[in-house]
Design a protein around this ligand. Structure first.
Ligand SMILES: Cc1ncc(COP(=O)(O)O)c(C=O)c1O
Length: 363
């Protein structure tokens, strides 16, 4: 007799492969593959997490009320229009489960964040990608892919792995081109890092429309990736739908406690922004000077393009870097086999990346 078989489509999904974190024995490892912060979390968040560890036998409060209240206070939001999740990944999946099914389409850009494809297929929907221009989401191309079957449009802004972003005017133009029954999901996982004047994370669009949500995460600038914590703000009807299908205790107490302390430690966030500003610019300049193609980024990572000439490829560069303890991210799964993604690290790692790539390229 045959064993249990998953629903149609599940086995067509390519499982997400996280950034690797190992290098040969004996060398110091610098993990620059997952866009984690070199500053770590706020010490206040760590203390709150440890304190919460005294009550591990108790179930957490089920709707993240205290955390939603703290985030709402920081951004001037209504906590009733928010939901928290085990990472923004969970929220993206919940959106897909709530709004997609067989025959429905989700549109996103060619090199958009991989979870959109996984979540869409897991929900039984069909992923539809739109071409990008200069590795940047293209509003006209996205709108051209919208059909009567479209239910969701995902936009990572800034996008991972490209690091590029759409200015607010363009996001508004995208929204204006969507039917009111299509939900626009603005995934602003790297919003806190962005310094461009024409950028808006989504707060304003969410406040003024009934079919836009914005997802944020504590994994990136807040340095709490290991705790799995994200949040979303959106119209009451969308929040209501997600609350009906989420796990009853989807966020742990220690994660909530750490998140509350993290969101209140503005100085720590500012320090992370200052570090990123300095080293993102420095890495862009130095890697470009080596002859590499660096896509301008507003996040805490860079997409670095390599030559296809044997001996100089991204694959070979990755092996060379890994041998020296520098673990970057291969992005073949994004259809970008000639590039690597590099997270802005601590000063020592950033300098070492440039030194080692100089050696690799022999320049
Ligand atoms: C664009 C984007 N969205 C969402 C996430 C998910 O973050 P998390 O589930 O850790 O909150 C990531 C993490 O890599 C990301 O790059």
């Amino acid at each position: 007799m045959n064993g249990p078989v998953p629903r149609q489509g599940v086995l067509s999904i390519d499982a997400y492969v996280p950034g690797k974190s190992t290098a040969p024995a004996g060398v110091k490892v610098w993990k620059l593959s997952s866009n984690e912060t070199p500053l770590g979390p706020s010490p206040k968040a760590k203390a709150a997490y440890i304190e919460a560890g005294n009550k591990l036998e108790l179930y957490p409060e089920g709707s993240s009320t205290a955390l939603r209240t703290a985030i709402a206070a920081r951004y001037g939001l209504d906590p009733a229009r928010m939901i928290c999740g085990a990472g923004s990944d969970e929220l993206l999946s919940l959106l897909a489960y709530a709004y997609l099914g067989p025959g429905h389409e989700a549109v996103y850009s060619e090199h958009g964040f991989l979870v959109y494809k996984i979540a869409t297929m897991a929900a039984g929907g069909t992923p539809v990608t739109a071409p990008e221009t200069d590795h940047t989401a293209d509003v006209d191309a996205l709108l051209a892919k919208v059909t009567a079957r479209t239910k969701l449009v995902f936009l990572a802004n800034p996008n991972n792995p490209t690091g590029t972003y759409l200015p607010f005017d363009e996001v508004k133009r995208l929204h204006a081109g969507l039917r009111p029954d299509i939900l626009l999901v603005l995934d602003a996982a790297y919003a806190e890092y962005v310094r461009a004047n024409d950028y808006e994370s989504g707060l304003e669009l969410v406040a003024t429309s009934a079919n836009v949500v914005m997802c944020r995460t504590f994994s990136k600038i807040y340095g709490l990736a290991n705790l799995r914590l994200g949040w979303m703000v959106g119209p009451p009807a969308v929040i209501d739908a997600l609350n009906r299908i989420r796990g009853p205790f989807n966020v742990s107490g220690p994660a909530m406690a750490a998140g509350i302390a993290a969101i209140q430690d503005e100085a720590h966030v500012m320090a992370a922004v200052a570090h990123n500003d300095k080293w993102l610019a420095w890495l862009t300049q130095e890697l470009t000077a080596l002859g590499l193609t660096v896509t301008p980024s507003v996040g805490n990572f860079l997409m670095v393009g390599f030559s296809t000439e044997p001996g100089k490829t991204a694959r070979e560069a990755d092996a060379f870097l890994t041998g020296r303890g520098l673990v970057l991210r291969r992005i073949d799964a994004y259809g970008l086999p000639n590039a690597l993604r590099l997270t802005v690290g601590p000063e020592e790692a950033n300098r070492l990346v440039v030194t080692v790539l100089k050696e690799f390229l022999n320049v």
